[in-house]
Ligand binder design. Sequence first.
Ligand code: G3P
Ligand code: CA
Length: 274
Amino acid sequence: MVGMKPLSFLISALLAISSTQAETLIVAHRGASAKAPENTLAAFQEAWHQGADAIEGDFRLTKDGKIVTMHDATTKRTTGRNLVVADTDWATLKTLEAGSWKGKNWHGEKIPLLSDVLAAMPKGKEIFIEVKCGPEIVPALFKTIARSKVALAQVTVIAFNKEVIRAVKKREPKITANWLSGFKKSKKGTYTPDLDTVISTLQEVGADGLGAQAFGELAHDLGAKLRQHDLGYHAWTIDSADMGRSFVAAGVQSVTTNKPAKMRSYLATEKASK
Ligand code: G3P
Ligand code: CA
């Protein structure tokens, strides 16, 4: 039986790897935004229809303190009217049409409130709330979540702004909050920020993990470094099979994609071929 030990160890290691991969969340980026207009209820509905585990959306505070779903600081790209979200009341923003830019079939889609997005979440699904403004949103954010049917455990807050993550974790240490970082590659082939800076930033703001811009070359080392420090690892935005598979192999807990159904099939195909 002693001779069985290496084999049973190998089997349990393989099982551990495959169960990690099975649990990788598929997060629909701005909803299923390859098909439907980003950050609308139609895009989030399409994400659930495509079998996403979670949706990601971008949120900002309006002039009168409501939380709306909008990626850019202005409404120009997705509605045609050039209004600064932070300087505009909800009464005006709710009249805008946010679907036609993606195709005439989507005409009539509106800018949703965060409360609308939460109300439309199926049981057991998750949401990655990306805060696109500053920490001034935090009191309204917690009030909106508390008034919804969605539990804190279903919510991950993400932000590039370190002060947002710091304020969220200070207000509610139990909520998951991940700092987002892009990476720039120099001519010498080095990346900014470097991995040590990433770790020290996460620790300094009290983040639970990193939402990393997907650079294939960084995937493995970044995963190893984050695991070493007991920090979560998430990647955006990945639409190709190869990239999805390589980030899952590098140990990400979630893959954020514009094409949730396709990503699900890419990752399932890899499992079947193992
Ligand atoms: O999930 C993070 C990702 O959404 C950040 O990029 O520009 O699409 O908000 P962006
Ligand atoms: Ca986003």
